[in-house]
Design a protein around this ligand. Sequence first.
Ligand code: NAD
Length: 274
Amino acid sequence: MPGQLEKKVAFITGVARGQGRSHAVRLAEEGADIIGLDICRQIDTVFYPMPGPADLDETKRLVEKAGGRIHADIADVRDLEAVQAVYRAGVAEFGDVDIAVANAGIMPIIEQGAARQAWHDAIGTMLTGAWHVLETVTPRLVERGQGGSIVITSSSAGLSGLGVNVLPGSAAYSAAKHGVIGLMRLYASRLARHNIRVNTVHPTGVDTPMAHNDEFDRFAVANPDAVKGFYNALPVNYIEAVDISNAIVYLVSESGRYVTGTTLTVDAGYLVRP
Ligand SMILES: NC(=O)c1ccc[n+]([C@@H]2O[C@H](COP(=O)([O-])OP(=O)(O)OC[C@H]3O[C@@H](n4cnc5c(N)ncnc54)[C@H](O)[C@@H]3O)[C@@H](O)[C@H]2O)c1
């Protein structure tokens, strides 16, 4: 059976592991060629270990194992020129991009020395980084005139007051995840007449190294008040990365053809928890 994304090219950020890797593999399973990037190094204000180049190689292996093709390289989404360089090299290999997923993110919510820097790292990665993806892909999508679909990964923290504390990194996480909704609505409105759709997805806690790690578990035990609101209405602690990937397949394929300007929750009922 043909996949839902045959002959499509998808540009995805943060593909070295976690949700980004899952999106790359899942979209490749549906027939898309993947252009991906990841920073592949530690950001000093982040309290949990970030991936390295070997993780990006593993994503390449998994995409190819799924029968797909991938062009992936190291780049920081805070650096527009670096993002555009990977995009251009990927387009040279596979042709024009139809789909973009601005997924790269960090969660610098536990203080690591330079607290104020955590604000800039989080806003730079998750708000400015998402804008860099939009700015990279939209001119050619419009020029080409064949429509397109863009998804930005927000969070439950983009729709509710969820916050671990008021440290700058925590505040910036919440601000960035709310901020991308504004970006999404602006671009969805401006690009609709070109049949280019823009949506956000809002996961609850996903079982990836960002949310499920020893450092955070220790923090949660030491600070029960900070995390007492972290539970879902459905009986599940962490959802899986592929749950978000499946929502993205829905949004970017024919099944989502009239869906734009939407904040799609995949949150196990987090927002309606009793
Ligand atoms: N895990 C959760 O519970 C959860 C919940 C809601 C939303 N999110 C969001 O989902 C997205 C994916 O996170 P994940 O759960 O897969 O975590 P993850 O840490 O496993 O993956 C994030 C990826 O983004 C990359 N990245 C970070 N900063 C970057 C930068 N400046 N430039 C390029 N790449 C960068 C990392 O290296 C990593 O590979 C993030 O935007 C995150 O905020 C996660």
